[in-house]
Design a protein around this ligand. Structure first.
Ligand code: SF4
Ligand code: SF4
Length: 448
C-alpha cells in the first residue's frame, strides 16, 4: 500500500523486538491511561460545564467506547483509516465504507521509546509520541487502523510516515508546498484521485457518486452545526470554554459524524438555556484569547488549560487541532464525481493555513478576521519544540499583529509537565497585561 509498494524487512528497526520490552510497553500504557484520566478530570472540574460535554469526553477516553466500536466494525470486515492531518478528506474515507480516525498522539509517555530509537533528532514531540505509541502499541485507537494516510507536509511528518511503515501500511500524499502556480491544483487533484483508488482497493468497494454526495452532505451538516456553536463564543460571556471547543472539534475525527452532529445540536440547546440563566465559562472579566501555532492534540491540553486557569478564556483559535477541523464546507456547483472530487480537493487544500505552505499570508488574514469577529484581546502563539515551520511564522505574525495593536505572546513547549510553572507565570503576566490595557482604555473612553 505504500507508494513504493516496498515489501521486506523494516527500514528503521533492525529487529522490532530490540527496541521495546513488555515492561516498557506496560509503563507507557499505564502512564498514557493515567494522563488521559487526569486531563479528563481537569476538564470536568470546569465550573458550569455543559452536561452534554460528558459525551465528548467519552469519545476521547483512553480505550473507551470508540475503540470498542471500531473493534466491532473490524470484526465484520470493516476497514479503519488513520490520518495525521486535517488535509485528508473524511468524506472520501466514509464513502468507501471505511471509518477515519486521526491518530496523531497527544500522549506524553510514548515520546521516550521514540527517543530511544531516533535519539532526539530535533523532532517535534507530536511526531515522536505518534511513533513511540506505535512502537510500544500503547494507543488503543492507533492499534485499530488498517491503513495510515499521511500528507507529506513538514520534515517530521514525512519521516514519521516512512517509519510508521515498519508497523502498518501507509499511503503518503504529495502535498504541493507552494500554494500558487499552475501545477498546484493539478498535483493535489491527482493525489485526491490516488487516495480514492487506494481506499477502493482497501475496502474492495467502488466509491459511488451517490455515496460521496451523501457523505459530503453529512459533513456539511456537521460544519453548519459547528458554525452555530461558534456564535456563542462571540458573546461577552461565552457559555463554553476553549478547551471544550477543541475537544468537540477533535471528537469529529474519531466519532461517527452523524452522531457527533446530533450531540453538537444537543449542546446548542443546552447552551441556549445556560445563556438564559446567565451561566458562563471562565471567570468574570476573563481576557479574551486566541490560541494559535502548533496543533495541540488531546490529551496534550497543557497550554489551553494553563490559559484558562490563569484568567483567560480562549474565544477563538487558529489551530489545525481546533476550528480548522470544521471550517469551510465543501462547495458543490455540480454533482458529477469529478466535480465532487475537485470540490473536496479545493476544500482540503486552499483554505488550509498550515505553515507548511508558502506563501501563507492567508493565515494572518484569517487571524485578523477572527480577532475582529470574536473580540480577541491577545494571542497566545504556541509552538511545539522542533516545529520549525510554526516557529518561523510566529515572527511574521507577531509583526503584523503589533501593527494592528494586538498583543501576542510566543511560547515553546515539550510534551511533559516540567515547564508548567514557568509557562504559567508567563501566561499569567500576559493575561494581567491584557486586563490592565482594557481597564486603561475604558478609563480613557470615559474621560474623553
Ligand atoms: S500543522 Fe499542518 S501538517 Fe501538521 S497536522 Fe496541522 S495541517 Fe497537518
Ligand atoms: S507540529 Fe509542526 S513539526 Fe510537528 S508535525 Fe505538525 S507541522 Fe510538523
Amino acid at each position: 500500500m505504500s507508494r513504493s509498494d516496498q515489501e521486506g524487512p523494516p527500514r528503521y528497526l533492525k529487529d522490532r523486538e530490540e527496541y521495546f520490552s513488555d515492561e516498557q510497553r506496560k509503563r507507557t500504557t499505564v502512564e498514557s491511561r493515567k494522563m488521559e484520566k487526569r486531563v479528563r478530570e481537569n476538564l470536568r472540574a470546569q465550573k458550569d460545564r455543559p452536561a452534554v460535554m460528558k459525551y465528548f469526553d467519552d469519545i476521547h477516553t483512553y480505550g473507551g467506547i470508540r475503540v470498542k466500536e471500531l473493534k466491532e466494525f473490524r470484526k465484520t470486515g470493516g476497514k479503519v483509516v488513520g490520518t495525521l492531518c486535517v488535509m485528508v478528506p473524511f468524506e472520501l474515507i466514509n464513502a468507501a465504507g471505511a471509518r477515519g480516525v486521526r491518530v496523531s498522539s497527544g500522549y506524553y509517555e510514548p515520546v521516550h521509546p521514540a527517543n530511544e530509537l531516533l535519539g532526539d533528532a530535533g523532532l517535534c514531540p507530536m511526531v515522536k509520541s505518534t511513533i513511540g505509541a506505535k512502537m510500544v502499541h500503547s494507543d488503543p485507537l492507533a492499534e485499530e487502523i488498517d491503513l495510515l494516510v499521511c500528507p507529506a507536509t513538514c520534515d517530521g511528518k514525512l519521516k514519521l510516515a516512512e517509519i510508521y511503515e515498519d508497523w502498518a501500511p501507509v499511503m503518503m500524499m504529495n502535498i504541493p508546498r507552494v500554494k500558487t502556480g499552475d501545477t498546484t491544483s493539478r498535483l493535489w487533484m491527482g493525489e485526491i484521485k490516488f487516495l480514492k483508488q487506494k481506499l477502493e482497493e482497501l475496502t474492495g468497494r467502488k466509491i459511488k457518486r451517490k455515496a460521496l454526495l451523501n457523505e459530503i452532505g453529512k459533513w456539511n451538516d456537521a460544519q453548519a452545526a459547528w458554525g452555530r456553536l461558534l456564535e456563542y463564543r462571540k458573546s461577552k460571556t461565552p457559555p463554553i470554554s476553549g478547551q471544550d471547543m477543541m475537544l468537540i472539534a477533535q471528537a469529529s475525527q474519531k466519532d461517527e459524524i452523524t452522531r457527533w452532529t446530533k450531540k453538537v445540536k444537543d449542546l446548542e440547546k443546552e447552551l441556549k438555556v445556560m445563556v438564559r440563566k446567565g451561566l458562563h465559562a471562565g471567570e468574570t472579566g476573563a481576557a479574551r484569547i486566541m490560541l494559535a501555532g502548533s496543533p495541540m492534540i488531546y490529551p496534550n491540553f497543557k497550554i489551553p488549560s494553563l490559559v484558562e486557569e490563569s484568567g483567560g478564556l480562549i474565544v477563538s483559535d487558529e489551530l489545525c487541532s481546533g476550528h480548522r477541523i470544521m471550517s469551510d464546507p465543501v462547495m458543490l456547483d455540480e454533482r458529477s464525481m469529478s466535480e465532487m472530487l475537485m470540490a473536496l480537493a479545493e476544500r482540503y487544500f486552499f483554505p488550509c493555513t498550515c505553515p507548511c505552505f508558502s506563501p501563507n499570508d492567508d493565515r494572518i488574514r484569517r487571524m485578523k478576521e477572527s480577532i475582529h469577529l470574536f473580540g480577541v484581546e491577545g494571542v497566545v502563539f504556541h509552538t511545539l519544540r522542533g516545529c520549525h515551520l510554526n516557529n518561523l511564522e510566529a515572527t511574521k505574525i507577531e509583526m503584523k499583529l503589533r501593527e494592528a495593536e494586538i498583543p501576542m505572546i510566543k511560547l515553546e513547549s515539550e510534551y511533559d509537565d516540567g515547564d508548567v510553572e514557568q509557562v504559567r507565570t508567563r501566561i499569567e503576566a500576559f493575561v494581567e497585561m491584557i486586563k490592565t490595557r482594557r481597564a486603561f482604555s475604558v478609563k480613557k473612553e470615559g474621560s474623553s
